[in-house]
Design a protein around this ligand. Structure first.
Ligand SMILES: [Zn+2]
Length: 455
């Protein structure tokens, strides 16, 4: 089939798909989980706005600013964040400081205690509680000179917006239960070189922590571009395609490249899940996946997680207004410059927080993505034989095979194949991209796993 037209594909998807290994009819999934709807509804723009104002009220949250004062500087800010999550978590969140003494470095001129505030909501299912999803924002701020530790640096959008969203999610989601564990984290020293998130990612990797997804929220506060145009119905989601290439490609990357799987990394699968879930639970709001690690020559706290081998994405508003980032507070030609709270739209932040929360809830209620998914290639034929390792969760219902054209960004077809560890689909493995998802008895679906070739 040299040319797969839209019509022929539609016919193919509608008619020809059949499953031999497990003759189970496709089963419609529930449109929404009532519990996730409740979480989405509970996210409050008013509380998010209050958190942003509180954070701005510390004057500066520069990583090397004052830590002794109770009202000013980064020390007071992090003690407030911790106290707030302890208060609202009411014993259900495990809140702690996660710090390290950072030596003199590129943008660190004296040894500095860099402290993340980490709130964990432990999972309730034995088979899932060691699987973690991390959601993060950075609470440090800066002005034009990244070494200026005393000037007022409100950082309302960059990144009190992300920090406020994380606190709000922690408070709302702590009142619910999930199979897997959730980590609500606010980090420091993003502006100095991603040192807070870097330290967390490094320790996670050393401890073999199973982080199945990381969501970074950085600059999610403004719904207007620099010309004042309103665009409050979408968010950008940066999602890298391939693992970082330092020297020769790793065997994993080489396999992805030779099988055309460069758009099916674990990060892209996480991004697809977030887009599908976010748009389902927050009607009218769009998640625009961007096939990039981040904006040109700019970084974020998801990068160290990618470098540690984890799936990690970044949320950022659709069009940043750079007059309100990293700027000394001033007026130029009658225009107010600086990262002031008045340029943050709490209703918009709440929408982004809802997308995050729905995604996290859906991920943490669902089984883990299937492991060791393989496509058989020993016999040359035009069908697709998939095999995978059985999941361990007690509430597992089975597996769903998903597929799409190689030029399509999102899944186009699916087939529930029951509680089997193999399936045959009578469509070409060469013309379509496949994935396998795990489904629980309530209909919660994991992200897809890309099948690697099995000889
Ligand atoms: Zn930032």
């Amino acid at each position: 089939m040299p040319h797969l037209t839209k019509l022929s594909l539609a016919l193919l998807l509608a008619g020809a798909a059949s499953v031999h290994a497990a003759e189970t009819a496709d089963r419609p999934l529930p449109a929404r989980q009532a519990e996730i709807d409740a979480i989405v509804k509970e996210i409050s723009p008013q509380r998010i706005q209050a958190y942003v104002h509180k954070l701005v009220g510390f004057g500066t949250r520069h990583t090397m600013s004052d830590t002794a004062s109770e009202t000013h500087g980064i020390g007071a800010a992090r003690r407030w964040i911790k106290a707030e999550m302890e208060r609202c978590g009411a014993g259900r969140l495990e809140v702690r400081f996660d710090g390290h003494l950072h030596p003199v470095d590129n943008r660190i001129d004296k040894p500095t205690e860099i402290v993340n505030v980490v709130a964990t909501l432990p999972g309730t299912q034995a088979a899932s509680k060691d699987r973690y999803y991390v959601v993060s924002g950075h609470y440090d701020s800066r002005v034009t000179d990244v070494m200026n530790t005393t000037a007022d640096a409100p950082g309302a959008n960059d990144d009190a917006s992300g920090t406020a969203a994380v606190i709000e999610m922690a408070c709302v989601m702590a009142r619910h239960q999930f199979d897997a564990s959730l980590v609500f984290m606010t980090v420091a020293a993003e502006e100095q070189g991603l040192y807070g998130s870097g330290d967390f990612a490094k320790k996670a990797k050393a401890n073999r922590m199973n982080i199945a997804g990381m969501l970074n929220n950085d600059i999610i506060g403004s719904s207007h571009d620099e010309k004042g145009k309103l665009d409050n119905g979408r968010v950008r989601l940066f999602a890298e395609g391939v693992p970082p290439l330092r020297e020769a490609p790793s065997p994993e990357l080489r396999t992805l490249l030779v099988t055309g799987g460069e758009n099916d990394s674990i990060t892209r699968q996480l991004a697809r899940h977030v887009k599908e879930t976010g748009e389902r639970y927050v009607p009218g709001f769009k998640v625009d996946i961007i096939y990039r690690r981040d904006r040109y020559l700019r970084g974020g706290d998801h990068s160290p997680f990618l470098d540690a081998g984890y799936a990690a994405v970044r949320f950022t508003e659709p069009a940043e207004d750079f007059r309100h980032q990293h700027q000394d507070l001033r007026v130029e030609n009658g225009v107010k410059i600086g990262d002031y709270p008045e340029f943050v739209d709490p209703d918009y932040v709440a929408q982004v927080a809802r997308v995050n929360a729905a995604s996290l809830a859906s991920l943490a209620l669902a089984p883990a993505a299937p492991q060791e998914v393989k496509v058989k290639t020993a016999a040359l034929d035009n069908g697709t034989d998939l095999v995978w390792k059985a999941n361990a969760e007690p509430d597992l219902a089975g597996y769903r095979v998903v597929w799409r054209e190689t030029t399509s960004p999102l899944w186009q077809g699916s087939r529930f194949v029951g509680n089997a560890t193999s399936a045959r689909i009578d469509m070409s493995k060469d013309n379509l991209v496949y994935g396998v998802q795990a489904v629980d008895k309530d209909g919660n679906v994991s992200p897809a796993t890309y099948p690697l070739p099995m000889r």
